[in-house]
Design a protein around this ligand. Structure first.
Ligand SMILES: C[S@@+](CC[C@H](N)C(=O)[O-])C[C@H]1O[C@@H](n2cnc3c(N)ncnc32)[C@H](O)[C@@H]1O
Length: 250
């Protein structure tokens, strides 16, 4: 049976083949996503509030481990059970709680539960028809006054059509939903292609008239003017709740 590229079954097969030695995981460079360490240093080296963090599409844990080293209590998840098993094997004694979960079908107890949400190149690895739902899911993980980091590779004229389905500026802005606001979006030139680095914050609403990010507006119009807006975090509809995770044995 043909398996759609980018589906959970496709990732399951890829990681199983990689474990068997018959294929390679293209993004497994044994190091964190480019720019993640710089961002963590910029943001937290001088202090700042810690708490719970979640790493989306964690693969073998190369992003999750440095986030934990900054003092966060980290949950990291991947849709591939094999990836999670290998992450546990590669990081013995890790403080990271590695889990099996699907970003578009999250356990209800994770919604609004994380002070820091890290999304590095997983959105672009999903088929385009899932991008909007997945971006909303990313936002749904963020706690009141929490923050979201998105790192994604920018599309260029020479890139063939996906996979990976590289995100436009507008698509990166889709995490600005459900009470989360995009506060800064940079395009950073890097070897192997420019990266989008977007930081978002979730805020508590004090004025009910303030709109949340309207995806029909251009991104610039959705950036906060003064950064003082306080917005309400809404819970996701209960239809997306109730999924439980299993922690595979290493
Ligand atoms: C391009 S890799 C990025 C891995 C890691 N973030 C990095 O930058 O090295 C995408 C990862 O997301 C995982 N993934 C794909 N679809 C997913 C989904 N629906 N939910 C959670 N993880 C998913 C894949 O198994 C893969 O490990």
């Amino acid at each position: 049976m043909a398996v759609n590229r980018g589906s959970p079954e496709w990732y399951a097969q890829l990681y199983a083949d990689a474990r068997a030695g018959s294929s390679k995981v293209m993004w497994d460079h044994g190091e964190p996503t480019p720019y993640l360490l710089d961002w963590l240093g910029e943001r937290f080296a001088a202090g700042g509030r810690r708490g719970r963090a979640v790493v989306i599409g964690c693969a073998y844990g190369d992003d999750a481990e440095p986030v934990a080293s900054y003092g966060f209590d980290v949950t990291a998840f991947d849709v591939s059970v094999t990836a999670v098993e290998i992450a546990l094997t590669r990081n013995p004694g890790s403080a990271v709680d590695y889990r099996h979960a699907d970003v578009v079908d999250l356990p209800s107890e994770w919604l609004g539960a994380f002070d820091l949400v890290i999304e590095c190149t997983t959105l672009q690895s999903l088929p385009p028809e899932l991008h909007e739902a997945a971006a909303t899911s990313v936002a749904s993980l963020c706690a009141l006054d929490g923050e979201v980091l998105v790192i994604a590779r920018c599309p260029s004229e020479v890139d063939p059509p996906g996979p990976p389905w590289l995100l436009t500026e507008q698509e990166v802005g889709r995490v600005a939903v459900d009470g989360v606001r995009l506060t800064r979006l940079r395009r950073i030139p890097m070897r192997g292609g420019d990266r989008w680095v977007g930081s978002s914050h979730a805020r508590v609403q004090v004025a009910s008239s303030e709109p949340i990010g309207d995806l029909r507006q251009p991104l610039a119009a959705r950036l906060p003017a003064g950064g003082n807006g306080r917005l309400q975090r809404r819970r996701m509809p209960s239809s997306r709740a109730g999924h439980s995770t299993t922690r595979p044995t290493p």
